[in-house]
Design a protein around this ligand. Structure first.
Ligand code: ATP
Ligand code: MG
Length: 211
């Protein structure tokens, strides 16, 4: 409710969904660039509960992932973190989250911020056309992924959402959570890939050391 009040006054709401296992500078740069380029009043980070597309590999306890996001964003007053998906039972779907947010903030324009890898996947999600109708999509460039083809495929299938997806060039960071987890497991340094507080949190809680 505190978060709802803080966001309620805005007109343009960014939504940054992710597993954040762990959060890293790729996520933060994408969110901050989207915020400034699109004039977003807030960016709401929403860590997933049990991700429907990741149930083949176990993810870290949602409360720990939430805490790492909280530590990362507390010095940016435009960034907020939500427990919306963590507290929902069963697998969480983006369309449900967007419907909830639209219900809470009916006058706000929603912007769903993703990396270009997610644009490739979006057609496999539940009700992709409804997702794009409810929220504009910002596809942040991500090294190794090209969104061009996916855009065409999406618009061919759903001409009614044409123009609602915008590609956004951001400073390229070839950082991924997967790579960070592997580095920790192999006792390699993860310094400078994510906020220092998160690095220490991972260390103190012995996250990713074996799996
Ligand atoms: P994993 O390797 O576990 O999939 P990830 O690094 O891809 O982790 P996610 O939590 O899956 O992180 O991603 C959340 C969102 O952030 C997605 O939309 C993803 O495309 C985007 N994203 C992640 N890393 C980057 C990056 N380096 N540059 C741009 N966008 C990114
Ligand atoms: Mg990913």
């Amino acid at each position: 409710t505190e978060i709802i009040e803080a966001i309620a006054g805005g007109k343009h709401l960014g939504i940054m969904g992710g597993t954040f296992d762990p959060i890293h500078y790729g996520h933060l740069v994408a969110a901050e660039t989207a915020r400034t380029v699109f004039g977003l009043d807030n960016v709401l980070f929403i860590p997933t509960g049990i991700p429907p597309h990741k149930n083949h590999c176990p993810v870290t306890d949602p409360n720990l992932r939430y805490e790492m996001v909280r530590l990362s964003i507390r010095d940016n007053s435009y960034f907020k973190v939500s427990r919306l998906e963590i507290e929902r039972d069963g697998p969480t779907y983006t369309i449900d989250t967007l419907r909830t947010l639209k219900g809470l903030f009916p006058q706000q324009e929603l912007y769903f911020i993703t990396g270009s890898d997610v644009l490739e996947d979006i057609l496999a999600w539940r009700e992709p056309n409804e997702i794009i109708r409810l929220a504009r999509i910002i596809g942040a460039s991500r090294p190794g992924y090209d969104a061009g083809d996916s855009l065409k495929r999406i618009y061919d299938l759903y001409p009614e959402v044409k123009g609602r997806i915008t590609e956004l060039e951001i400073p390229a960071l070839a950082i991924s959570s997967t790579d960070i987890r592997i580095k920790v497991k192999n006792q390699r340094s993860i310094r400078y890939l994510l906020p220092e507080e998160v690095r220490l949190y991972i260390k103190n809680n012995h996250l990713y050391e074996k799996k």
